[in-house]
Each structure stands twice: as structure tokens, then as C-alpha cells.
Design a protein around this ligand. Structure first.
Ligand code: UDP
Length: 374
């Protein structure tokens, strides 16, 4: 059996690699080994439980107020040691976190090939998103196999002179979403903490990007209050990210409004439930932009750029940035103009069809059989 060390550290990595792990489990020649760096502790455990997956290693690297260089150094060292011990034939990473970049460096130091899932996303601004844009660029040059979610991502890789082993697979986030939407079960207690979706048009908001910390988050929170005051049939549902740099800024502005529902991160399954029942989504999250078209929800992207232009082009998302006037204007339009709303909600998902993980398994099986990857 060829051992594939699958690395996860944060919530989106588990969501996007769980379908691949489960698919590789079915293989007769590949053996997945799950290594959790523990970059985000609580949010990762919830996800693993939902997908019925048990990690093989937990490196427990999360520390409160950890610095980026500190975390990066620890991930390189800790993953290097595990790789030395288990001797994987391939290391698989997904996306663009510190975990992804550091684990890829460790694999490279041991001359173990790296497979990168969700390869080729680019904003072409190395400081936005920070540090993700640089992480994914570095990983592209460390990796031997690139699973690109869209044609645009394939082209981005080619522009950087990466020529071989690029495979267009779709994004595995859609595999996870379709599985979850089919099995959606959430506790009554949790429903009670959410706004009444029949009574209000709910605006679901998520914010966590490092480059928006501080004044941008403050300005967005104030704009949400303005929207609520102008549209009395709306409510804001905002799962607070665990990072204190986010919650300490937006909580004081929003907590006293009676139509604001600030909740702890609800976990992936209730979050999908909330997305499905919301009227409109405002988010700086990458994964949310990819999921929303499958659920038929418009997204106002709270960022100045995005590495996911496909949704903007298809019409399911709009880049509104962090400018309060623009956010207010676009939200008002979607709350008043039915035609504009419909245009954003009836879009074919450009990110995938739910079969990406299967494609990845088949490609890897073929590569190992033909000894392209030893
Ligand atoms: N998500 C979740 N709970 C939340 C917010 C988001 O489970 O409170 C899910 C969401 O459905 C998506 C993923 O987490 O699949 C996105 O993660 P995040 O926004 O942290 O990271 P990004 O996608 O921006 O890298």
C-alpha cells in the first residue's frame, strides 16, 4: 500500500480534505494517514466528528496568541518528525494556511512528493490575503501534483511555469457540501439560538481575514447596524470567529441590537443549515463563496480582491470590499430589487460538481500504478 499523509490544521482544510480521505479509504492501493497539526483546535474536532474520521496523529500545536513565525517553525519541525517516522509515499495538503506551507517544506526537506489540493488560486497581491497568497504560491513550487478546482486555476499555474501534473478536478468543498446538505440534522437547542428564518430575512455574516482586522471590521459592523435600521424585516446572524482580534472589535458594536444574533461558531453542519435558510450572505470567507451558489444564495464579498473570480463572473457573488457605502448600497439593492436578487441566486456552481474527491483518488491510483510517483 502507498501511504498518503493527509495534513489538516484548520476548519476549511478538514472540510475540503475529508471527502478525499474517505475516498482514499476505498482504494486498494492507497492508504490515507491523517495528521492534524492542531492549528485550530475546537473547530477541527467538530468537523472530524461529523465526517466520522479519526486522526492518526494530533500534533497539538495550537497556543493562545501564537505568532505566525512561531507556528510555522513548529509545524515544519513537528511534521518533519512524523514524516520521518511513518515514511509516507506522498504528502497531501489543501489550500493556503501556515500548516499547508510548513508541512510542504518539511516534506520537501525529506524529498517526499507533495500533492496540493485546491491549487492555483491567486489574487496576484502578495499581501492580500495575507499570508495566504504567498503560502499557496510557495506550495505550488514545492508540490509535484496539483489538483486545480477550476480552469482559471489551471491557467494561473501555467502562467507560473508549472507545467506538469496539473489536473482539473473541481473543488472538494462541493463534495462535502452535498454530503452534508443530504444528511442535515441539527439540534433543537441550536435552532433556538438562531433568528426565526420565517419572521426575518436573515443576513448571514462571517468575518475573519487578517487584513481586515481592526478598522475594517469596525466599519463593516457599523454598516450592518445601518442596514438593520433601514430594513426592519431583516436580522443579522453572525457566528463569531474564535480569534479575539475579530470578536473584541465587532462584539461591542453589535451586541445590543435586538435583531443581531451573535453566536459561537456553530460548527459546519448548523452553518450549512443557516446558509440554506438565509436570505443573503456577507462574508470574507473563501469556502463560503464556493458553497453559496449550490445553495442558491447571493454573497457580498467583504474583501477588496478575491482569488475566486469564477463566482463573480458567474454572477453568484459581488465584490463589495470594505467600503461602508458600497456594502450598504449593494445590500439595499438585494433587499429591494427582486430581479437583481434572482439574478444572483440562479447560477450554476462554477466551483465543482461534487465528484472532485473521486477524480483525485483515480488520478493518484493511476500515477502510482504507472510509477510516476514513487
Ligand atoms: N464554516 C463553518 N462555520 C462557521 C463559518 C464557516 O463551518 O461558523 C465553514 C464554511 O461552510 C466553509 C468553511 O467553514 O466550508 C470556510 O472556512 P473559513 O471561512 O474559516 O476559511 P476560508 O474558506 O476563508 O479559508
Amino acid at each position: 500500500m502507498k501511504k498518503i499523509a493527509i495534513i489538516v490544521g484548520t476548519r476549511p482544510e478538514v472540510i475540503k480534505l475529508a471527502p478525499v480521505y474517505l475516498e482514499l479509504k476505498k482504494s486498494k492501493i492507497l492508504k490515507p494517514i491523517l495528521i492534524n497539526t492542531g492549528q485550530h483546535r475546537e473547530m477541527v474536532d467538530q468537523m472530524l466528528r461529523w465526517f466520522g474520521i479519526k486522526e492518526d496523529f494530533n500534533l497539538k500545536l495550537m497556543k493562545i496568541n501564537q505568532t505566525l513565525p512561531g507556528l510555522t517553525a513548529k509545524v515544519i519541525e513537528a511534521t518533519y518528525k512524523v514524516f520521518e517516522k511513518i515514511k509516507p509515499h506522498l504528502v497531501m495538503v489543501e489550500g493556503d494556511t501556515a500548516t499547508v506551507m510548513a508541512a510542504s517544506i518539511a516534506a520537501f526537506y525529506l524529498k517526499i512528493p507533495v500533492a496540493h489540493v485546491e491549487a492555483g488560486l491567486r489574487t496576484n497581491d502578495i499581501y492580500n490575503p495575507f499570508p495566504e497568497e504567498m503560502s499557496r504560491r510557495l506550495v505550488s513550487h514545492l508540490a509535484s501534483v496539483h489538483f486545480a478546482p477550476t480552469e482559471n486555476a489551471v491557467q494561473n499555474l501555467k502562467k507560473e511555469n508549472i507545467k506538469s501534473n496539473i489536473f482539473l478536478t473541481g473543488n472538494t468543498v462541493i463534495d462535502a457540501l452535498l454530503y452534508t446538505a443530504k444528511n442535515l440534522k441539527i439540534e433543537k437547542q441550536l435552532i433556538a439560538s438562531l433568528p426565526n428564518f420565517k419572521k426575518y430575512r436573515v443576513i448571514l455574516v462571517t468575518m475573519h481575514r487578517r487584513e481586515n482586522f481592526g478598522s475594517s471590521h469596525r466599519a463593516i459592523a457599523k454598516t450592518l447596524i445601518k442596514i438593520l435600521n433601514n430594513f426592519p424585516d431583516t436580522a443579522v446572524l453572525l457566528p463569531l470567529h474564535l480569534n479575539p482580534k475579530v470578536r473584541n472589535v465587532i462584539k461591542p458594536i453589535l451586541k445590543n441590537h435586538k435583531r443581531v444574533f451573535l453566536i459561537e461558531p456553530p460548527g459546519y453542519v448548523p452553518f450549512i443549515y443557516a446558509m440554506k435558510n438565509s436570505y443573503l450572505i456577507m462574508s470574507d470567507s473563501g469556502g463560503v463563496q464556493e458553497e453559496a451558489p449550490t445553495l442558491g444564495k447571493p454573497v457580498l464579498v467583504l474583501r477588496t480582491n478575491t482569488e475566486r473570480p469564477e463566482g463573480i463572473k458567474a454572477g453568484s457573488a459581488k465584490l463589495v470590499g470594505i467600503n461602508p457605502e458600497k456594502i450598504f448600497k449593494e445590500a439595499s439593492k438585494l433587499l429591494t430589487d427582486k430581479k437583481a436578487y434572482r439574478k444572483m441566486t440562479h447560477v450554476k456552481n462554477p466551483y465543482g460538481d461534487g465528484k472532485a474527491a473521486k477524480r483525485i483518488r483515480k488520478i493518484l491510483e493511476k500515477q502510482f500504478m504507472s510509477m510516476t510517483l514513487i
